[in-house]
Design a protein around this ligand. Structure first.
Ligand SMILES: [Zn+2]
Length: 149
């Protein structure tokens, strides 16, 4: 038994939408995915890593495009975790560019957030226009994460 979950997170990790906006966004999502499984959201005090499950392939440097060593990434995650993910900054080992763990090129996409909207086993993708409507309601840009477990 496996699940595909479409996760939508704010492009800014610390962003927290208001309760009314969240309710409106969930209602709108329900209208997009009427036949699909459950729609839910989570809101946490601290920033969390929002993973893509088995859809993890690799992570690339956003500046020079080189594939980053998983051990380096794990170490950077441990360091950031000790700050409660309030400090996501990293010094890239390949080209020395200062970036953020949230801005690395995850393949497939992943990210950091306090707020996540989830659609479990959706019957299709969400369209660009639909995504923009949600962004307007929530007052933030959204990143799509397709997770498989
Ligand atoms: Zn690089």
């Amino acid at each position: 038994m496996s699940d595909n979950i479409l996760k939508l997170i704010p492009t800014t990790p610390h962003y927290k939408p208001g309760a009314t906006a969240i309710q409106k966004a969930c209602d709108l999502l329900s209208s997009y995915f009427s036949e699909a499984g459950e729609i839910s959201y989570s809101l946490t005090e601290e920033v969390c890593f929002i993973d893509q499950g088995e859809n993890w392939e690799r992570v690339l440097c956003p500046a020079c495009g080189i594939e980053l060593d998983t051990a380096w990434w794990q170490q950077a995650m441990d360091t950031a975790y000790q700050t409660g993910f309030t400090d996501l900054s990293v010094n890239l080992p390949c080209c020395g560019v200062v970036s953020s763990l949230n801005d690395l090129r995850y393949e497939l996409p992943a990210g950091f957030a306090r707020f996540v909207l989830e659609i479990r086993n959706p019957d299709g993708d969400i369209g660009d226009d639909e995504l923009r409507s949600l962004e307007q309601i929530l007052g933030c840009g959204l990143r799509k994460i397709w997770a498989h477990y």
